[in-house]
Write a protein that binds this ligand. Structure first.
Ligand SMILES: Nc1nc2c(ncn2[C@@H]2O[C@H](COP(=O)(O)OP(=O)(O)O)[C@@H](O)[C@H]2O)c(=O)[nH]1
Ligand SMILES: [Mg+2]
Length: 358
């Protein structure tokens, strides 16, 4: 399953425009395959210079980048958690996401733009929080029914749910709840929306592009331990429609060095705490993304279940060794390859060769 980012925000924030800009990235990364799964869901290849270098060194004719799934989630309006607008329909799509990209419109503001921005962001956050409160309270009803039979476990869980509800009621996202180790399993099973990482995207008007978000939004984001990313969705979408040769001139006109959408994806990747390892098999060089701390046996399972089942060991070629030797064969000659066991914690940039029994 690919990592998934859900785009949320109020109507007319520019979500679909941003989605269009993101899905058009296949044009900017020419040699990579790309697939739109359905009109509001796409698998987007992550640009990866290391993979390109690796493929060149190994003369791979096929390059398979890691992909991130992006979903344009419609229907979040004030009152959505109570079923208004498209109501709870949007919740299902959101639950699948690992990270939320929260688009806030930085245009069409009233007389106090700073206040407007934080108000817009707060409406969405409140709806997500209310949806979570609803999840917690439904769970509590179930647990209370069980606790009638006197199960101690149920009493403990109910107490935890109360603490979590109080935290959410305070307006804080679930991911900032000070979780105790013994609460973790119950917490994870709730699949709360505000438990997911969030990145704010301030969708700026063309005529006012700045790196720094206004102070009110910056503070709101800081309180929620979320980063703020600025871009102009309309500009980004326009860029993707231009022939490659004209892009640089267009970007330059707006004082931009490169499209910001690819950078946004990289931010999402970092926020999710992901790392990349590589495999070369036959003529295919491939990138895989996994959470930091993934063990060799888990990485093998990601590539193929047979590899995990019959796992013997793994040959590890650290990225720096690969670069220095210029080829896997050269790296082998120079002793850069190490053999590691099933518990080896995979490092970002490792080129892995799994040995396994069929
Ligand atoms: N001025 C300005 N308008 C934008 C920008 N991005 C989107 N819009 C406009 O806002 C409206 C809603 O955009 P859309 O992407 O459909 O918003 P969604 O409802 O969040 O999916 C459209 O009329 C867009 O042209 C932008 O960066 N600047
Ligand atoms: Mg839309």
């Amino acid at each position: 399953m690919a990592w998934s980012c859900g785009i949320v925000g109020l109507p007319n924030a520019g979500k679909s425009t941003l989605f269009k800009a993101i899905t058009a990235l296949d044009v900017t990364i020419e040699s990579y395959p790309f697939s739109t799964i359905d009109p509001n869901k796409a698998a987007v290849p992550l640009q990866d210079r290391r993979l390109e270098t690796l493929a060149a060194q190994c003369a791979s004719s096929k390059i398979t980048p890691a992909v991130i799934q992006v979903v344009d989630v419609a229907g979040l309006v004030k009152g959505a958690s109570r079923g208004e607008g498209l109501g709870n329909q949007f919740l299902g799509e959101l639950r699948e996401a690992d990270l939320l990209i929260h688009v806030v419109a930085g245009f069409d503001c009233g007389f106090d733009p700073e206040a407007d921005l934080s108000f817009r962001a707060a409406i969405v956050n409140i709806e997500l929080g209310l949806a979570d409160l609803d999840t917690v309270s439904k769970r509590k009803q179930k647990v209370l029914a069980k606790s009638k039979s006197g199960a101690k476990q149920a009493f403990c869980e109910a107490a935890f749910l109360d603490r979590l509800a109080a935290h959410l009621n305070y307006g804080a996202p679930a991911r900032l709840y000070p979780l105790r180790p013994e609460e973790k399993a119950i917490y994870n099973a709730l699949f709360l929306l505000t438990a997911k990482q969030m990145i704010y995207v301030l969708n700026q008007p063309e005529e006012n592009l700045t790196d720094a978000p206004p102070a009110t939004l910056a503070r709101l984001a800081e309180d929620a331990k979320s980063p703020v990313f600025t871009l102009c969705a309309r500009l980004e979408a326009e860029i993707t429609e231009l022939p490659a040769a004209e892009r640089a001139v267009f970007l330059d006109e707006y004082g931009l060095k490169e499209s910001r959408v690819q950078l946004l994806l990289k931010e999402c990747y970092n926020l999710l705490g992901l790392i990349t390892f590589y495999t070369v098999k036959g003529t295919e060089a491939r990138a895989w993304i996994v959470p930091a701390g993934t063990r060799a046996i888990e990485a093998a399972a990601k590539v193929h279940s047979d590899m995990a089942r019959g796992f013997i060991n793994v040959e590890v070629l650290p990225w720096e060794g690969m670069l220095e030797a210029g080829s896997t064969a050269g790296a082998r000659d120079r002793g850069f390859l190490r053999v590691e066991g099933r518990d080896y914690p995979v490092r970002d940039g490792d080129v892995l060769l799994f040995r396994f029994r069929n």
